[in-house]
Ligand binder design. Structure first.
Ligand SMILES: [Cu+2]
Length: 114
């Protein structure tokens, strides 16, 4: 476990802080998807199965997109030139399709939990 910087100079107060705060800071593993020209990159994103993950979706297009997945049971608008965070899982191993509802012909991808 990577301890936060204050933990190097251990006083009683920081020891207590480290014991309480450090695990909370570890948090979920983070993965990124980028929307550009109405396409997701990467189109296949590999993530660990069996644990909750944090998915950061950045939209580089000036127009909004809606990140949607029936299998992941998620639906959220990503503003133009904006970003959102979606928490997913823990997932069973397998392939989960997602798409951009506003550009369904091109904005498609897969989350592969393994
Ligand atoms: Cu929708």
């Amino acid at each position: 476990m990577q301890l936060p910087k204050p933990c190097t100079a251990l006083t009683a107060a920081t020891t207590l802080w480290c014991l309480l705060a450090a695990p909370a800071q570890a948090g979920e593993p983070e993965f990124s998807l980028v929307i550009q020209d109405h396409r997701f990159t990467p189109a296949e994103l590999r993530v660990p199965a069996g644990q909750k993950i944090r998915l950061v979706i950045e939209n580089k297009d000036p127009t909004p997109e809606e990140f949607e997945s029936y299998q992941l049971n998620r639906e959220k608008v990503v503003p133009g030139n904006g970003r959102i965070v979606v928490f997913v899982g823990p997932l069973k191993p397998g392939k989960y399709e997602f798409f951009g509802e506003f550009n369904m012909a091109t904005a498609r991808g897969w989350l592969i939990a393994e």
